[in-house]
Design a protein around this ligand. Sequence first.
Ligand SMILES: C[S@@+](CC[C@H](N)C(=O)[O-])C[C@H]1O[C@@H](n2cnc3c(N)ncnc32)[C@H](O)[C@@H]1O
Length: 208
Amino acid sequence: MIQTEEEARDFCAERCDSAAIDRLTRFVALLTEENTRQNLVSKASLDHVWQRHIADSIQLLDLAKAVKGPWLDLGSGPGLPGLVIALARPDMPMGLVESRRKRFDWLEYVKGEFSLTNCRVHGMKLENLESRETGVITARAFAPLGKLLKLSARFSTHSTLWLLPKGRSAAQELAEQPSKVREMFHVEQSATDADAAILVGKGRPAQQ
Ligand SMILES: C[S@@+](CC[C@H](N)C(=O)[O-])C[C@H]1O[C@@H](n2cnc3c(N)ncnc32)[C@H](O)[C@@H]1O
């Protein structure tokens, strides 16, 4: 379990090349600066930014090793986890969906700063995004599991990988789902927080 900022940086360095670490380091500086203008992440979390946000996002790469994308991140907000993944793996086709204008502008700005040509920012409600087949769907702190699946099932196929960092509520949220959804998912311990877990699933949920 990652306990310190140094361990979090080491964790990322084991999974990313040095150019990616440079991009992530600059992203942390930009995020810290932008956070003085808009509330992207809690101020307290910036003291542990590599653990709470960067490594927390990068750990998803371990679970998505076999997948080439395209990747869709729902409710990206500051860019977590989708933009961090795009900075680590700029070759990966990445779609970020974010409905708030100021956050959309921020995501577009970072995309431009790092010339992330494979990253597309969709500044709209997910409900208005055109359906497409997606290799990986991620969503952190976006919506309760039932609502999340209802909104996003149309982006999945039988082989879509779902990676849903869920904090403490993961097992409980899954337990409340119908058996077909429970069979699709399992719970993985988060590497960055002893109390948090990630719901990992495969396939297309039946329409609820
Ligand atoms: C709690 S924040 C989490 C942001 C980020 N994933 C994180 O972990 O820091 C949820 C984000 O989803 C966006 N959002 C909420 N409902 C949405 C919708 N229907 N379509 C697109 N974005 C939405 C919000 O504007 C907000 O930025």
